[in-house]
Design a protein around this ligand. Structure first.
Ligand code: AMP
Ligand code: MG
Length: 329
């Protein structure tokens, strides 16, 4: 199969629609990472997502819809706080989990009676979802466990020959996957942290819990269970306080003849002498936006990525550190 990368216009949208209608897969940009989409009402199409990614079959998918879509067709028991949150944050990088009405095929939610819904703000994503007019099930458009893609080229690097079409919407500006919020209880609960932080949710909803995975429990938010975001090279992770040891390790690796890179933000980079740096940027939003791009650059140019955590650990950094420790832990 030949994989085409096309800019988003009338022609590529028409092609995308016909692929989706035939039960095929289309990769599309969002403000977080690129998604690998299929018709959520077509069980075989959804199964193709799992097969194409090599994704574990108990790791549910998010259903993506355009901003005019009436989600009460798909879910019910939408609590008042969820309506407030939707008003505050949608379209945007917040996925909300509700009770499913069973319209979407069960493979999407891996048999859970809940359904995760996302309304992306990316203009290209909106155009695609509107044009197709169907709920689109989509995980990130990478091979399972690999670093998530934030450019069309990243998608091609992972899925060349496996899908027909990648809609190119440029580099994703958000960089880490959406916040996943359980909205089935009296109080919203963060299942996966992201750019919409727990504090931001609490400010609108009054309160907000955070879920911590219990061993052996049924998956509620897969990002937690599996090894994830792994670059294809050796990795190490140091906390901010141990940054001097990271530099020492870099020197040891380099002396051994290994191609090493230190991955860190600008503040840490100032303490890294003349070491070769994968620079994540100066503030938390830059760090989130650059993380996956730098991990993928690192696996291309280095034998080992030595990551150093930023000093700041709250807000958006909660989501960043969650990914960083899975990638390099
Ligand atoms: P991915 O897009 O590959 O990062 O994975 C999709 C994410 O959707 C998972 O990490 C889960 O956190 C989330 N998800 C999808 N459906 C559900 C659901 N019904 N309940 C809880 N989380 C879900
Ligand atoms: Mg993923």
């Amino acid at each position: 199969m030949k994989t085409r990368i096309l800019a988003i216009d009338e022609n590529s949208l028409e092609l995308a629609k016909s692929i989706i209608n035939e039960g095929g897969l289309v990769a599309f940009p969002t403000e977080t990472v690129y998604g690998l989409g299929a018709n959520a009402l077509n069980d075989d199409a959804v199964k193709l997502i799992y097969a194409t990614k090599g994704r574990p079959s108990d790791n549910p998918l998010i259903v993506h819809v355009h901003k005019g879509y009436d989600i009460t067709e798909l879910v019910d028991n939408i609590p008042e706080y969820a309506k407030l949150l939707a008003k505050a944050f949608l379209p945007g990088p917040l996925t909300m989990v509700y009770n499913s009405r069973g319209v979407v095929c069960p493979t999407v939610s891996c048999g859970l009676n809940t359904l995760a819904i996302r309304v992306p703000s990316h203009e290209g994503a909106q155009k695609f979802l509107k044009y197709v007019g169907l709920p689109i099930a989509a995980p990130s458009a990478n091979v399972s466990k690999h670093v998530s893609p934030v450019t069309a080229q990243h998608v091609l690097d992972d899925l060349d020959g496996k899908i027909k079409l990648i809609l190119d919407g440029g580099k994703c500006t958000g960089g880490i996957e959406s916040t996943v919020l359980d909205c089935t209880g009296d109080v919203p609960c963060v299942l996966r942290s992201g750019l919409v932080t727990r504090d931001m949710v609490a400010q609108v909803a009054g309160e907000c819990d955070e879920y911590h995975m219990v061993e052996c429990e049924r998956v509620r938010s897969p990002g937690m269970k599996y090894k994830h975001y792994l670059p294809r090279c050796k990795t190490m992770l140091f906390d901010y306080e141990h940054r001097a040891e990271a530099l020492k390790e870099y020197k040891i690796c380099t002396a051994r003849g290994e191609r090493a890179r230190i991955m860190c933000d600008e503040q840490v980079a100032r303490d890294m002498e003349d070491a070769k740096i994968l620079n994540l940027g100066g503030d938390e939003n830059a760090v989130a936006a650059n993380l996956y791009d730098k991990l993928r650059e690192g696996e291309r140019v280095a034998d080992i990525i030595i990551a150093v955590a930023p000093q700041k650990q709250d807000g958006v950094m909660v989501g960043v550190m969650n990914r960083l420790s899975k990638a390099c832990g």
